[in-house]
Every structure is written in C-alpha cells, then in structure tokens.
Design a protein around this ligand. Structure first.
Ligand SMILES: C[S@@+](CC[C@H](N)C(=O)[O-])C[C@H]1O[C@@H](n2cnc3c(N)ncnc32)[C@H](O)[C@@H]1O
Length: 224
C-alpha cells in the first residue's frame, strides 16, 4: 500500500479510539502493516499484533512498540479489559466463527473500547479486477460476509456498532492506466486497494456511551 494511503488509513483507525494514547490490538495482523503504522504514526502506547499464521509473523516488520503473538482470533491468549482499540483489517472473511471472535474482542476491550473492522463486503464487490476475472466475483461473494452478517454476529457477541463508513477508493479507468500509475510510483505496490471498503466501528461496552468515531472528518483523508 502506498505510504500516503497507509497514513490515511492509520489516521482513520486511530480516530476511532476512545483513548488518546491507546493500547492497540491488531487481529490477523499478517506482516504487521497496520501494527507498525499505528505504532509509528498514531499515539498508540503499545501494539499487540496477533496472527494465526507463524509464517506471516516470521515476515512481520519490527517496531519496538509492537509485540507479535501467534494466536487465533477466536481464542486470544490475552487478559480481559487490556485494550482501548482493536483493528481487524482484511481478516473478517477468514474467521470461521465470527461470534466467538466478537466475544473475544469484547472480553479484551476495556469499557468503551473500540473495534474497527476494515473489509470488503459481499454486496459491494465492485473492484475493477472483476471486469477482467468475472469468476473471482462469485468466489469473493462466497467468502466475504455481508455488512448485516458482521453486524448480526458481533451484536450477538455483545458488541455495539457505533459507525459504518463505506466508500470506493478511486479507480484507474483501465488496467493500462493502472500500470502507468504503478510505474510512476517510486515504490510501486499492487497491494493498493481498488475495491470498495467498509469500515465498521464497534464499542465493547453497551453500558457506557460509545465513543464517537471521527469518521466524517477522516473520511476525506482515506480516499486513496
Ligand atoms: C489478508 S491478511 C490481512 C493482514 C493485515 N491485517 C493487513 O491488512 O495487511 C489476513 C490475515 O489473517 C490471518 N488469519 C486468518 N485467520 C485467522 C484467525 N482465525 N485468527 C487470526 N488470524 C487469522 C491470516 O493468517 C492473514 O495473515
């Protein structure tokens, strides 16, 4: 992902935190892209990044404030009420038991803590790639949850949705134009998403007022 996009995403995610200097959990952290970005560019006090795949973590970027753990989202080896902010980026579609993962998020979040789910949802599969690879749309429709499925499962787990932001990242008009754009960049990356993005924000507490994520303010910064 280009640095400007990663910074904008980091700003958006951090804006959802109820704490100014949050303890952050990155679930399904992969190679630590967001874990390290949050450690570098937000006021995060510390980041714990978990992933079920030791192979992914073996390639994770190092940062002094990021601790990596091999763990399943459905069974976090972490204390109760430990985090202010949890991030799940492009991982929700991998989780076979979303309710259990939601229950684990609720358990490890402090009262009023927030969970941010960054994902594509089934009803908005509009990436340009489907025009060139139509079979992929059916595959993705089978693996990505709908927005309402995520809301239903996390609500059943005791979380409380406080905001949903959905937007398409700008597309190049053609693959040729996309290639020109990639070549123009000094560090090109095809990881730059051109899919529709949804960001769902959850509060771990139903008894307190949920945090008000600054989604509107941050949204303009995320349109890369
Ligand atoms: C598409 S990658 C996303 C990585 C990173 N969050 C990002 O946005 O770049 C999905 C990650 O979820 C991890 N994963 C899949 N199932 C998981 C589970 N049940 N518990 C924890 N991590 C899981 C995979 O190993 C993989 O690293």
């Amino acid at each position: 992902m280009p640095e400007e996009s990663l910074r904008a995403w980091t700003e958006l995610i951090a804006a959802c935190s109820p704490a100014r200097s949050p303890d952050v959990l990155d679930v399904g952290a992969g190679t630590g892209m967001f874990a390290v970005a949050l450690a570098r560019w937000s006021l995060a006090r510390a980041v714990v990044a978990i992933d079920a795949s030791p192979a992914m973590l073996a390639h994770a970027d190092h940062h002094e404030n990021v601790r990596y753990l091999t763990a399943d989202a459905a069974a976090l080896p972490l204390a109760d009420a430990r985090f202010d902010l949890a991030v799940l980026s492009r991982v929700i579609h991998h989780l076979p038991d979303r309710r259990q993962a939601g229950a684990e998020l609720k358990r490890v979040l402090r009262p009023g803590g927030a969970a941010v789910v960054r994902t594509t949802v089934r009803e908005r599969l509009d990436s340009i790639v489907y025009e060139y690879w139509p079979e992929l749309r059916a595959l993705d429709a089978g693996r990505f949850p709908s927005e309402s499925e995520v809301i239903t499962d996390f609500t059943a787990a005791g979380l409380h949705v406080t905001g949903v932001l959905s937007f398409a990242e700008p597309l190049q008009p053609s693959l040729r134009a996309w290639r020109v754009e990639v070549q123009r960049r000094t560090s090109p990356s095809l990881a730059s998403s051109r899919t529709h993005n949804s960001v769902l924000v959850w509060s771990g507490s139903m008894s307190q007022s949920p945090p008000e994520p600054a989604l509107t303010r941050s949204a303009s910064a995320t349109t890369y």
